[in-house]
Write a protein that binds this ligand. Structure first.
Ligand SMILES: Cc1cc2nc3c(=O)[nH]c(=O)nc-3n(C[C@H](O)[C@H](O)[C@H](O)COP(=O)(O)OP(=O)(O)OC[C@H]3O[C@@H](n4cnc5c(N)ncnc54)[C@H](O)[C@@H]3O)c2cc1C
Length: 419
């Protein structure tokens, strides 16, 4: 199905808010069972945060493979409509019979775009690349990332010089750029609404002891994914953001702001495995790397214990049980001060780069959806009985998100059938 262009969707549908792996799964499973589905995605592309990862634990394969299979299923299925750069303005009515107002921002590039890149070559304006967490730049007209779906450019109008410049319009021989596109609101009839709005990284600036703001070489785990990715800002070379030197001594700080009443009181469930995986990224580039991971308890539930064991053996990580007290830049390197619970006493480690394993906090609150005290969706609550899927409901890995979202598809189908 191509991206939806209409102003109303009268066919009663399941509205899935969020087109990450959870939203895609619910949408595709429900559509393949014969239900009409509308996906509402805030970004200019589908796929969510998984698209920003370099590799997946436990298989250490690129996430684009799994996403591409889902995009193929969407292309083939006329029951799935989707809106990108879209958000829900309002949900009115009761479960089984709702009106959902979807606000769609203009992309300024239409479906005639072939991805030839001529527009980018002539664009004179640069902006921070949010896909790479601001570590590099894109032009004002840009492709969100190389495997983006839909594969179509987008203009950031907050920096574009508009028709006064017009260079991209003149360079596009397909007539794909329309600087006059306007925002629109689409009214959708819904039998069920699923919130799959996922997570955002906890803001490391709020943790004042871990040195995040004192050095560019103290990074977060999401940035580490982009630093390691071949399509990232360093073409996959793990180097220090401050000076581009090889980062061979790397310290991972677990529970950075997690399981902490002052920050996120819950465990994000994936950070230990993500750091073990990222230790693998470092080891694969630097045979002589010194990798230290400070942890409170390593959480690798169920079969993921095998991944933990494998990572310990193959990635040669110095695992230290103890909470990090302080991270301080000192003369071109970074000092990490921590307790060593099993060894006894305090420990100081010098590093080229420190990776803060920050947790996942819920990304969005949508009017009409019920949330708990930590802003996770309470599924099936309220008069609309909106459902939650994946990380919008609790922190969970990709396999868990897919499993949960598949079950949610059944709940949404039941609401449609009853209505
Ligand atoms: C550092 C790190 C590494 C990880 N590595 C792995 C790994 O190797 N293997 C693994 O299994 N798991 C990994 N995870 C976990 C994995 O990222 C999550 O399980 C996965 O992203 C959950 O998908 P989701 O669809 O629930 O949420 P998301 O990926 O966050 O997708 C949510 C979507 O909703 C959209 N959205 C948000 N708000 C709105 C709104 N208001 N309106 C419309 N759309 C909205 C977002 O733009 C996004 O597209 C990792 C997590 C971290 C922190």
């Amino acid at each position: 199905m191509t991206e939806e262009k209409r102003h109303t969707v009268d066919e009663k549908s399941i509205v899935v808010v969020g087109g990450g792996i959870s939203g895609l799964t619910t949408a595709i499973e429900a559509a393949e069972a014969g239900q009409p589905v509308v996906i509402v995605e805030k970004n200019a592309y589908l796929g969510g945060r998984v698209a920003q990862n370099y590799q997946y634990f436990p298989k250490m394969c690129p996430p684009t493979c799994g996403l591409e299979i889902n995009f193929q299923r969407i292309r083939k299925n006329p029951a799935i409509r989707y809106f990108t750069q879209a958000e829900v303005g309002k949900i009115a009515g009761e479960s089984g019979n709702m009106d959902v107002a979807v606000k769609v921002s203009p992309r300024y590039v239409n479906e005639k775009c072939t991805g030839c890149n001529k527009c980018v070559e002539v664009c004179p304006v640069e902006r921070d690349n949010e896909f790479n967490y601001g570590l590099d730049k894109t032009k004002a007209i840009y492709l969100p990332h190389e495997a983006a779906f839909p594969f179509r450019y987008v203009i950031d109008m907050s920096v574009c010089k508009g028709s006064g410049c017009n260079k991209c319009v003149e360079a596009c021989k397909y007539g794909a750029i329309d600087l006059d596109m306007k925002e629109k609101t689409v009214e959708v009839k819904a039998g069920a609404v699923v919130s799959a709005t996922g997570w955002k990284p906890y803001d490391a600036k709020k943790i004042d002891t871990l040195g995040f703001e004192s050095s560019p070489d103290v990074i977060t785990n999401v940035v580490m994914e982009r630093l390691s990715a071949p399509n990232g800002p360093t073409q996959g070379k793990i180097t220090r953001p401050s000076d581009g030197k090889e980062a061979k001594r790397v310290v991972f700080v677990q529970c950075s702001g997690s399981r902490d009443r002052l920050h996120l009181p819950f465990c994000s469930s994936v950070c230990c495995l993500a750091s073990l995986k990222q230790a693998g990224y470092v080891r694969s580039q630097y045979e002589d790397a010194e990798i230290t991971m400070f942890y409170i308890d390593v959480r690798a539930p169920g079969k993921l214990e095998d991944f933990f064991t494998k990572a310990q053996e193959e990635f040669k990580i110095n695992l230290v049980k103890g909470k990090v007290a302080k991270v301080t830049p000192k003369g071109g390197e970074i000092e990490v001060e921590a307790e060593d619970i099993l060894g006894g006493g305090k420990m100081r480690v010098k590093a080229d780069m420190v990776v803060l394993a920050t947790g996942m906090e819920p990304a969005a609150t949508i009017p009409g959806v019920v949330y708990d005290e930590n802003s996770f969706v309470v599924s099936g609550a309220g008069s609309a009985r909106t459902l939650g899927a994946g990380c919008a409901k609790k922190p969970v890995d990709v396999a868990g998100s897919v499993q949960d979202a598949t079950g949610v598809a059944l709940k949404a189908i039941q609401a449609m059938v009853r209505s």
